[in-house]
Design a protein around this ligand. Structure first.
Ligand code: GLP
Length: 532
């Protein structure tokens, strides 16, 4: 198999048209196998252009199309007869009597298929066959799971193909349920085959084609057995590599992500006094380096703060209405998407971590403050740009004053900062306790109360009981609003594992799906890369 990787669809079309031109100029009475679908349209346009410039003469070629819907009338707008007339035959000097397309109007499909197969043989077989590929790897209309040694035959379309092709019809129930198609063995008897693929939706099918196996689950993989088979695809179909960036207060983590796995990474420090432009320049430098070494399709960025109308506002960073996506994109010349960092982490966990398979989930990050990423129906929910600021959900209207100006915000009771304050207060009130002793010996952290409780300290247990009650109160509110499949806890506190999860789930019963997030710092990178 030869593989030609092109930068985009236009290049795929030009390369394929050049192969056709060489074929026809080398053998003017070539027998061509033609395909429909949106992919070959660019190539047909190039061929029509070459014809108008006098570079090719189609007068002696014979054509056999791969397939046709069944039943369908030839003059139906979506018939492959109409498609071929509109996209190629109407623009070139082909002799109409040399055009062959399976007849979707026949009342005897079996006889039509047999006659079609014989007609191909009578012309000495196809010299050059062009193919597109379905998202599920179908070629012509040879669907996954079909017997692959078939000649031209009638076949039922798979639901995936009906779904994919419904874009050409008014609705999916208007897509014909069957088709007449050359079989895999008909296609394999062609002397030369080229398959065109463009766009991300074809990536999985192409990845399987490029892997070692041959399987009826991806009919295109059979083509690897052909002695003269060329795949021409653009980089979006060939590669699923994206850069994910997770901007933090102190550093920016940049990863190259291939199929949700980080394959390369680099951290860039953020220093005091840097402007938004400086930070963007530093990110761009790393991205350009990665893009020179990997076939990167796009960049996703997770940043703290609010993102609205393409602008970012972040309190602890110099982003104040900064057009981060535009600025980075203009430096790196790749598409850039920006989302909130907690939302990206939630997406990362949903794709490849503890939230895998959950269409509706929350990721609550508990550290200096509390934030959340919300996944609704499989997608990030960002409201008007600031959804997920759950740390500022009020749990006591007469409560502790928050720097945001309100009282009783959840993070004043349930963040790691709050736990440290509660630990310090209890240690002061009970200096004789183990907790009191630990607090005198070393700096108080979010871990101190857990450590003392582990050593049997009653004061520490009371601190944690009170803290879990507050944490559970806020989580309970969120669960009542969102009714999620799971709630993942990330941030510093998540290191406590079961010591945190068991008491929380006990307090939230009957809800029992609070879990620790799995991907740690990688979640934000993987989620950002998946913004595409
Ligand atoms: C249809 C055709 C195939 C074609 C496929 C992909 O099902 N029968 O020959 O390869 O669509 O079409 P597109 O190129 O529009 O993705």
């Amino acid at each position: 198999m030869n593989v030609i990787i092109c930068k985009d669809y236009d290049e795929v079309s030009v390369k394929a048209a050049e192969i056709f031109k060489r074929q026809i100029n080398g053998k003017p009475n070539s027998v061509l196998g033609l395909a429909t679908g949106s992919t070959p349209i660019g190539m047909y346009n190039c061929l029509a252009d070459m014809y108008s410039k006098g570079e090719i003469d189609f007068s002696q070629v014979t054509t056999f199309n791969l397939d046709e819907y069944y039943p369908i009338s030839q003059d139906n707008e979506q018939s492959y007869h109409t498609f071929m007339n509109n996209n190629l035959f109407g623009k070139i000097n082909i002799d109409a009597s040399r055009i062959h397309i399976p007849n979707g109007e026949t009342t005897n499909p079996a006889a039509e298929c047999e006659a079609y197969e014989k007609e191909i043989a009578r012309h000495g077989g196809v010299d050059l066959q062009i193919l597109g590929i379905g998202r599920n790897g179908h070629i012509g209309f040879n669907e996954p799971g079909d017997r692959l040694n078939t000649k031209t035959h009638i076949t039922a379309l798979s639901s995936d193909t009906i779904d994919a092709n419904s874009r050409f019809f008014e609705s999916s129930d208007k897509v014909p349920t069957h088709a007449l198609t050359m079989g895999i063995s008909t296609i394999m008897s062609s002397k030369k085959i080229i398959l065109l693929a463009s766009g991300h939706s074809k990536h999985n099918a192409i990845k399987e084609l490029l892997s070692n196996g041959i399987t009826t689950d991806n009919p295109a993989t059979m083509l690897k057995m052909h002695p003269d088979f060329t795949l021409i695809c653009d980089s979006a179909a060939y590669s699923d590599i994206h850069i994910g960036i997770d901007i933090g207060g102190m550093s920016t983590k940049i990863g190259v992500v291939d199929n949700n796995e980080i394959i390369d990474r680099c951290d860039v420090e953020i220093t005091a006094g840097q402007t938004a432009e400086d930070i963007t320049d530093a990110m761009a430098e790393v991205c350009l380096d990665f893009a020179a070494r990997y076939d990167v399709q796009s960049i996703g960025v997770g940043t703290p703060g609010i993102i609205a109308h393409g602008k970012v506002w972040a309190t602890n960073l110099p982003f104040c209405g900064f057009r981060l996506a535009d600025e980075l994109s203009s430096r790196v010349k790749l598409p850039v998407s920006v989302e909130n960092d907690a939302a990206c982490a939630a997406l990362g966990e949903q794709i490849a971590g503890a939230g895998a398979g959950a269409e509706n989930m929350l990721l609550v990050t508990i550290g200096t403050g509390i934030g959340a990423g919300i996944i609704m129906n499989g997608k990030i929910y960002s409201g008007c740009g600031a959804a997920g600021e759950v740390g500022h959900m009020c749990i006591d209207i007469n409560g502790i004053e928050c720097p945001c100006g309100r009282h009783g915000c959840w993070e004043q009771y349930a963040s790691v900062t709050a736990l440290k304050n509660q630990t310090a207060a209890a240690a002061k009130a009970h200096p004789e306790s183990i907790l009191g002793k630990l607090c005198r010996e070393s700096a108080i952290s979010g871990k101190t109360a857990f450590k003392a409780a582990d050593m049997g300290c009653e004061t520490a247990r009371e601190v944690l009981d009170n803290y879990f009650n507050y944490l559970a109160a806020g989580l309970n509110n969120l669960i009542k609003i969102f009714d999620p499949q799971t709630v993942l806890i990330s941030g510093g506190i998540s290191n406590e594992g079961d010591n945190l999860i068991i008491p929380l789930n006990k307090r939230l019963a009957p809800f029992s799906a609070v879990k620790i997030a799995e991907l740690k710092n990688d979640a934000g990178i993987i989620g950002a890369a998946a913004l595409k």
